[in-house]
Design a protein around this ligand. Structure first.
Ligand code: IMP
Ligand code: MG
Length: 221
């Protein structure tokens, strides 16, 4: 995926990616039976996030940014991305004031995206009127969550809206929506870890991993 500008580039994880054996890394004991392979080790997530921070500051720098975290799945990526932006602010000639906002959306049950995206908490979006907003999301699958949020947000007339998603899934269910910045493009697998959950489990796992079929049954609601 080589395209014109760096912000349109991402790291592609191929369909035949084997990942890494679990016991080469540290994984919580309580999840050892539930996971098949490590797909994106925590260190690689951090390294890619550092570069996304640089691309974002280069494009949005000079303006005050309101970083809008999409809870709950986005919280780890949000926190690490903002740490990298903070580090740039401290060490570069150019710096951007950052403020934070949170919104809670829910669209998933078990490993299936449902058709309805619900806002179930967070700040009033009306505070974003006239602001430069950076939406920070964990993963885009069908694109429905992001399209819903973007249309809600547009009613509040922000000055600029950019979206960064750590992951984008290659799936025939995609609406075609693409975020402005993306960390990794991943195969059509259900992934957990680094705040991505399966019915609230696996947020307390550092690496991004594939859940096995047994675990899907074990944690089903
Ligand atoms: P979309 O609306 O289909 O794009 O789905 C986006 C939301 O579904 C994300 O914000 C996640 O919360 C959730 N999601 C999608 N795929 C996965 C996955 O593989 N693991 C965990 N959560 C996922
Ligand atoms: Mg999410």
């Amino acid at each position: 995926p080589l395209s014109r500008s760096p912000r349109n580039r991402w790291l592609k994880i191929p369909d035949d990616e084997k990942g890494y054996e679990l016991d080469l890394f540290c994984v919580p004991k309580h999840y050892e039976e539930d996971l098949d392979r490590v797909i994106i080790p925590h260190g690689l997530i951090m390294d890619r996030t550092e570069r996304l921070a640089r691309d974002i500051v280069r494009d949005m720098g000079g303006h005050h940014i309101v970083a809008l975290c999409v809870l709950k799945g986005g919280y780890k990526f949000f926190s690490d991305l903002l740490d990298y932006i903070k580090a740039l602010n401290q060490n570069c000639d150019k710096s951007v004031p950052l403020t934070v906002d949170f919104i809670r959306l829910k669209s998933y049950c078990n490993d299936q995206s449902t058709n309805s995206v619900k806002v179930i908490g967070g700040d009033e979006l009306s505070t974003l009127t006239g602001k430069n907003v950076l939406i920070v999301e964990d993963i885009v699958e069908t694109g429905r969550t992001m399209e819903t949020l973007l249309s809600l947000l547009s009613e509040c007339n922000p000055k600029m809206v950019k979206v960064v998603s750590l992951l984008v899934k290659r799936t025939p269910r995609s609406s075609g929506y693409r975020p402005d910045y993306m960390g990794f493009e991943v195969p059509d697998w259900f992934l957990v870890g680094y705040a991505l959950d399966y019915n609230e489990y696996f947020r307390d796992l550092g690496h991004i991993c594939i859940l096995n079929e047994k675990a899907k049954v074990k944690y089903k609601v």
